[in-house]
Design a binder for this molecule. Structure first.
Ligand code: BG6
Length: 476
């Protein structure tokens, strides 16, 4: 292994999201978010939760890992691990409980004042996601979610408060977590439409357009309020390999990456829709409400960097029926099994080469800095006497992925500015609500039913990552 493959100012960090860690779901004026009505279960069951809180039902996000009350001790642990940055989100519903108010909730802001100050005191740079799967439930019930253009102004009102309040304290922002996830799962943006609805495509396109406009205007606003701000997008990435050398499979795999990921980064980075999207709209006779001003704003609000998540890859076939008994897991992007790769209990296939491919594709296409703000391996952990946790499987995964990242930088010349592995402290799974699907280097004593002391224990991966950071990636 050669030395100094990574730049000396590389941002080593960890990532979490408010709704999956904070808990305190109804404290100090916080309103309900869409994640507050989610139960535990398989992805589909969790997503079918009723839009009200029911008695006798367990809602894991209500208490999260109690980061809201324990963030000071948690930040000390992160500091001990050597993190240079920490990515988290701000819960929209702490600042605007319903989402459409004009004045923010001061108590909610005070929590983030304290959190951000605590990070800075520990020399950890805060990286903020403005909206991470936790929009106000009220905006869904009253306005129908992001399909409604009114949400653009509500969101911008929220952004303005954050950009002003944290000017000079937060430099790196991301507008929407995994914006392309709405394409696969519109309900994540509060839109109630199912794939069998004849308006499915129309509604999805309008929803995506509204999100893009909101994001582009937020980028402009971030720059106006503080020219030092770096405002990025965040996309979910995964590779889909063609199942065979049949050119039709190769085309299907190309569709998978272009239509599933690159269409979204194209709009954020180039400031306009790619031609194949325009063709899709035209050929399907969709009537999307798009104004000239919005088109101009997309162009004016191009991002400073591309934030991305990468966990696994899959295999793509042009024969849809083959997918039925051969699918693997993944939050939104189902695909076929790859005989060359190992998968975790949830079917997520570990593929560091796919990671390098993604970094190459994005880096070469856009020549813009990339920020890997999520990557990791969900696995159950066993706690041995004296709270020892040997998580070699996680270390192996992270080691291979950090190595792929270093190769992308060092050999392929890709500009990657940082790496924040997901759930550096165990937290609630977004897709299933489980605790046992752990990503952390810090163990949290909590089970799927919400039982446990909530104490934190360092896993073997904690010490491993500490050395990686100390050696700037040389010691893997
Ligand atoms: C990403 C999300 O898709 O994957 C995170 O941005 C999520 O919120 C992460 O937690 C891992 O997925 P899961 O379902 O295992 O928690």
């Amino acid at each position: 292994m050669t030395d100094n493959r990574l730049p000396s100012d590389f941002l080593w960090g960890g990532a979490m999201a408010a709704n999956q860690c904070e808990g305190a779901y109804d404290i100090n004026g916080k309103g309900l978010s869409i994640m507050d009505i989610m139960t535990v279960g398989s992805s589909s069951k969790r997503r079918r939760a009723t839009p009200e809180i029911e008695p006798n039902e367990y809602y894991p996000n209500h208490n999260g890992i109690d980061f809201y009350h324990r963030y000071k001790e948690d930040i000390k642990l992160l500091n001990d691990m050597g993190l240079k940055c920490f990515r988290t989100s701000i819960a929209w519903t702490r600042i605007f409980p319903k989402g459409d108010e004009t004045q923010p909730n001061e108590k909610g802001l005070e929590f983030y004042d304290d959190l951000i100050n605590a990070l800075l005191e520990n020399n950890i740079e805060p990286i903020i996601t403005i909206s991470h799967y936790e929009m106000p439930l009220y905006l869904v019930k009253k306005y129908g979610g992001w399909e409604n253009k009114k949400l653009i102004d509500f969101y911008l009102n929220y952004c303005r408060v954050l950009f002003k309040r944290y000017a000079g304290k937060v430099k790196y922002w991301m507008t929407f977590n995994e914006i392309n996830s709405t394409w696969f799962l519109p309900s994540i943006s509060g839109v109630k439409i199912t794939a069998d609805d004849p308006n499915y495509l129309q509604v999805k396109c309008q929803t995506m357009h509204n999100l893009f406009v909101a994001s582009a205007r937020a980028v402009q606003m971030g720059h106006e309020i503080n020219p030092n701000n770096q405002v990025g997008c965040m996309v979910l990435t995964t590779v889909g390999y063609p199942q065979t050398t049949n050119p039709k499979d190769v085309l299907a795999a190309d569709d998978y990456i272009t239509r599933g990921t690159l269409a979204f980064t194209d709009v954020h980075v180039r400031g306009h829709y790619p031609n194949f999207v325009k063709q899709m709209v035209r050929k399907n006779h969709l009537t999307i409400d798009i104004t000239d001003e919005e088109i101009a704003d997309l162009q004016k609000g191009t991002v400073d960097y591309i934030g991305l998540s990468y966990y696994s890859s899959s295999v793509v076939s042009n024969k849809v029926n083959e997918k039925e008994d051969n699918t693997i897991g993944g939050n939104f992007s189902m695909g076929l099994k790859n005989p060359f790769l190992e998968a975790n209990e949830w079917g997520w296939q570990s593929d560091p080469d796919g990671f390098r491919l993604i970094l190459r594709w994005l880096g070469q296409r856009y020549e813009l800095p990339l920020f890997v703000v999520e990557n990791g391996y969900g696995h159950e952990d066993e706690v041995l006497p004296n709270h020892v946790i040997h998580d070699d499987y996680r270390i192996n995964y992270l080691k291979q992925h950090v190595n792929a990242l270093a190769e992308a930088i060092d050999e392929d010349g890709i500009d990657v500015i940082g790496y924040t592995p997901w759930g550096c402290i165990d937290l609630i799974s977004a897709s299933t609500g489980e605790m046992k699907k752990r990503y952390g280097m810090v163990y949290v004593d909590l089970d799927n039913a919400g039982k446990g002391t909530l104490e934190r224990y360092k896993k073997d991966s904690f010490y491993w990552y500490q050395k990686v950071i100390q050696s700037n990636g040389d010691e893997l």
